[in-house]
Write a protein that binds this ligand. Sequence first.
Ligand code: SF4
Length: 350
Amino acid sequence: MAYYIRDHFPPGPVLGPRRPSINEFFLSSYTMSIYAGCEFGCPYCDGWVYHTRPLNEMVRVPLDIPHRLAEELTTVSRGDLVGITALSDPYQPIEQTYRITRQILQLFADAGQPCLVLTKGTGVLEDLPLLQRINERSLAIVMMTILTLTPPIAERLEGKSPSPASRLETLATLKRAGIPVGVALIPVLPYVNDTNNVLSGLLQACYDIGVDFVVWDFLDIPDRGHFNRISEMLARIGSYPPDYYRDLYGTQTLPNATYRTRCNTDLVYRCDLVTLAARIPHKVYAGKLLPPNEAALLLKHYAFYDMAQGRKHMAKLHRELADLVYQGRATPDQLAVSPLWPMLKGILGW
Ligand code: SF4
């Protein structure tokens, strides 16, 4: 069990500045974390890199965060989605005691502020009435991180978190209650959860319970200390060739482009086979966000498919247009070169 420290949120805004580029995984214009530290303590988490104490040893409880956020929300557009997605889990065990996440959702419900919650905590179900209220007024999405359904591997990757099976059950319940739900296969860990067995089992399970989408991203290894932590984790999981990650990563923080492209293409194909969306589908957020946000997300999601299916020039164009439209700098002439123009025109009311 971690030490809990009652504390204040650090000076400065809770939400931080509005993102210069909309987040295509979470639809977010703002990102926030609630607790500092995470008792789940997954060894692959890059939260380890940004904490002076071990991530799972001490959790700070920002008692003043609801009050400060209430003030900030008066200046935030109701068409900008807030992602509770950063560096600590909002439904880790401490939430049972302090209910800070619940207070935040209460604020969002009162304001009609769209939000997305990323968690491994099945306690999110206890806030279902609040999520439904937000969803009635704007949009509330819940994503569960699930890396594998194989119990011995899950035990070594995330043994302190609720089991993957219980997370899937939680998603199924939320979905039945009308909340859009998705699975975050984040991170893809080379050799561990990028195998045929893991991926086919996980995607089929997602389809079976009716999740709306799956997203994935790659393991980030920002420094030497994290590389060593990952190596220890791999040694606990199996006998991996010691140079495998070195070959894939070289001196970079992400696996090389060849691996990422192959993996993206493979996962898009696998999602297509089981009719799962590989990003949050447009129908989930259509009409719920600022029109430039909606248009930018469509463009970014198409750019992702363009890239995975080999249309590099179109992917580059769509990414550039996404940022221009999100920042309010796109002209009709610029957008008209995209095959999405008829849809974009309608969304933007041009
Ligand atoms: S639950 Fe999420 S935030 Fe917490 S340690 Fe695991 S990966 Fe990091």
